[in-house]
Design a protein around this ligand. Structure first.
Ligand code: MG
Length: 242
């Protein structure tokens, strides 16, 4: 059922076959339905400094570091880079709005995906651009028993955020595996680009408001409409990739 997607992937990178050993999960928009809050917080913080950023455009920057997003807006709206102080102030304003919003709910279907992946004996790796200090606590509260400190890549581990392949390459290293032994699960265009650049089979789950084309044009090897759809597809997908 997914053989054509797999063959296209293998051909693209010149790999012989897949032997799945781990799944690399993005967090926001994949494990948590948190993107509406992040987008709202970005739009509000941007408005305070005169950036013309809509919540919808914020989805297109998902995966960038805060600094990366702020400088794209500063160049566009101010015609110059933001100073380091401005970067700090704007990011703090964004965080303040975000933290005032209710905590993000778990993404429907995500726990079922994790449970199936774990039952098949695969490693579960987190690869997020987030830099929340209590990340592991939050994950363990919501998804007990799936995540481990030594299999997490966060903004503290990398120099370049997505769309650089660096976070996903580091995820492979931490799991001790090769690109054809992994899967990436991503919801954002820049995250898809990062997974594809790391030469990993990248599944885009379109959990947000962007058109599918935004994810496909970044090279997603398979597009699904939700995490529940991935949970439903998992048994066949795994059979064809093991
Ligand atoms: Mg995401």
């Amino acid at each position: 059922m997914y053989q054509q997607n797999i063959n296209n992937y293998l051909h693209q990178y010149g790999f012989e076959s897949m032997r799945l050993k781990a799944v690399l999960f993005d967090m926001d928009g994949v494990l948590f339905d948190s993107m509406p809050m992040h987008a709202q917080a970005w739009a509000e913080a941007a408005r305070q400094v005169g950036f013309d950023l809509t919540a919808e455009e914020a989805y297109e920057h998902e995966g960038r570091t805060g600094k990366g997003t702020i400088n794209i807006l500063a160049r566009r709206c101010w015609g110059r880079e933001a100073t380091e102080q401005e970067e700090l102030d704007i990011y703090e304003a964004k965080s303040r709005v975000f933290n005032s919003l209710p905590p993000a709910p778990k993404m429907p279907g995500a726990e079922e995906v994790l449970s199936r992946v774990k039952a098949d004996g695969l490693k579960i790796v987190l690869v997020t651009g987030s830099g929340q200090l209590s990340l592991l606590d939050k994950l363990n509260r919501n998804y007990a028993g799936y995540f481990h400190r030594d299999l997490m890549v966060t903004s503290f581990d990398v120099k370049q955020g997505k769309p650089s392949p660096e976070p996903y390459l580091m995820g492979l290293r931490k799991a001790g595996i090769q690109p054809w032994e992994a899967l990436v699960v991503e919801n954002a265009p820049l995250g898809v680009r990062a997974g594809v650049a790391a030469q990993i089979f990248t599944i885009a789950v379109n959990t947000g408001p962007l058109p599918d084309e935004k994810l496909l044009s970044q090279g997603a090897h398979l597009l699904l409409p939700s995490m529940q759809a991935l949970a439903d597809a998992w048994p066949i997908l795994y059979q064809e990739m093991r």
